[in-house]
Design a binder for this molecule. Structure first.
Ligand SMILES: *Cc1c(COP(=O)(O)O)cnc(C)c1O
Length: 445
């Protein structure tokens, strides 16, 4: 487990809730409650597909990170999932916020998040992104390419200075899938240490009086479940900090090692433990800096998935069950438009029948979505009760990160609502997208 929380109450053998929010409980009638809210009742009240977010779980995870990293800045990577309530929770819990567009930035500041605690990322920031960041006074801007340096400097008013970092590619391969590995030179993010482009960018930033280089950044990938690549990345980053000191006489006061901390999507899967990560990273940083005779920089970590992923549950209703070529397809009323991750990365989930007691032994089925695409598969070859039928509810745990933030308008199904659950009550955070919402953009004829 990534974070230690009170264990869930013993569940019946049929319901393994180990990757669910800690507040999840299996009821004797086959229902599951999260933070005291019945999923079956929530599905009736809000309709399906439905996303629930356990507010207490998100807050506990924020607190666990702050406890593990007491001397560091913990910055929530907003792209995992963003809405105004989540912005508020992150602010309440003392976190910073990492955004990668003027849109995410605007949402955060309109919800009252202090701009000074925001970090702007992006491999190709648009003029609007950079302008919004300068105008709103974002705390740190992480530069990711050479052309961006001059562009940003030109936007900073004369006599003003903005804090920037350089996104460095440390040459470390880590991450749960090729599409989310960002620590090596063969992908679009960052500036390489190996070919000298990071060093070159640093020199160019130092020549710009309107930019203040406060440190280095790296983000080696996502869904990483071992601390080793982080330790290796810290070693490389301290090496580059040493070069900066030797060539430019500058001791950088900050180091941001990104996020990417893995979570368990299915029972038995490994997750990264933030406390273990904190201890190993701090030890490596202190040793490396002592050896290089550098002051220890202030550390920033940027978890996204690890804060919200395990707090989310998706609830679908079964529309059809079909047997074909010896396989059973259970089709639900959502799919790749609310969760593109299985299609993008081949991710595997553990859906659970909820709301009634199963009356048949488990059978192997494939849970698919309702979209017009054969790749619209939510969970391939999973065990569900053999009597699963139309009208049943299926719940998918670990659904809080990179589902709705990546949701699309495919087939005009409409994006599902998000409901926060806490202390036995449910409140709507984001309402369901209606046909009216979609048609309003369609202004031509
Ligand atoms: C996506 C991203 C993160 C967060 O990644 P997770 O896997 O959600 O923890 C952190 N920092 C940067 C720069 C990112 O792009």
């Amino acid at each position: 487990m990534s974070v230690t929380f009170p264990a869930a109450a013993p569940a019946p053998a049929s319901a393994d809730l180990s990757v669910w929010p800690a507040s999840a409980r299996a009821a004797s009638d086959g229902d599951v409650t999260v933070a005291g809210v019945s999923l079956a009742a929530a599905a009736d009240r809000f309709g399906t597909p439905l996303y629930l977010l356990d507010e207490g779980e998100v807050r506990d995870r924020c607190r666990a990170y702050r406890a593990a990293f007491p001397d560091a800045d913990v910055v929530y990577a907003a792209k995992a999932f963003l809405c105004r309530a989540v912005v508020r929770w992150a602010e309440d819990e003392g976190l910073g916020l990492d955004v990668c567009s003027a849109g995410e930035l605007g949402l955060a500041t309109s919800a009252g998040f202090p701009p000074g605690r925001i970090v702007l990322h992006g491999n190709a920031k648009s003029p609007e992104d950079l302008y919004a960041a300068v105008r709103l006074g974002v705390g740190r801007i992480v530069l990711d390419s050479a052309p961006e340096i001059a562009r940003l400097a030109a936007l900073v008013p004369e006599g003003d200075r903005r804090q920037v970092m350089v996104r460095v590619v440390p040459g470390i391969a880590a991450g749960g899938h090729a599409k989310i590995r960002t620590g090596t030179g063969d992908q679009k993010f960052g500036l390489s240490v190996t070919d000298g482009s990071a060093q070159h960018a640093i020199a160019r930033i130092l020549a710009r009086p309107r930019l203040e280089l406060v440190g280095l950044h790296c983000h080696i990938g996502s869904q990483i479940t071992s601390v080793k690549p982080y330790v290796a990345a810290v070693r490389r980053m301290v090496g580059l900090m040493t070069q900066v000191r030797d060539h430019h006489g500058l001791e950088l006061p900050q180091l941001n090692i990104g996020g990417g901390h893995g979570i368990a999507y299915r029972p038995g899967e490994a997750a990264l433990d933030p406390a273990a990560l904190a201890v190993r990273v701090r030890a490596e940083l202190e040793d490396g800096c002592a050896h290089a005779k550098l002051p220890v920089p202030r550390l920033t970590v940027e978890p996204g998935r690890a804060l919200v992923g395990p707090a989310g549950v998706a609830v679908y209703r079964v529309l059809t069950v079909k047997e074909t070529s010896g396989r059973t397809f259970v089709a639900v009323d959502g799919g790749m438009s609310d969760n593109p991750r299985p299609a993008l990365y081949g991710v595997r989930y553990a859906p659970l029948l909820i709301g009634r007691r199963p009356t048949a032994a488990p059978a192997v089925v494939t849970v698919v979505g309702r979209h017009c695409e054969a790749g619209d598969v939510l969970a391939e070859d999973v065990a569900l009760p053999g009597d699963v039928r139309p009208g049943d509810l299926l719940a998918v745990p670990a659904a809080g990160a990179y589902h709705l933030s990546m949701a699309s308008g495919y087939n005009l199904v409409g994006r599902p609502p998000v409901v926060a659950v806490r202390d036995g009550s449910a409140r709507l955070l984001v309402r369901r997208e209606s046909l009216d919402d979609m048609s309003r953009r369609d202004v031509g004829l």
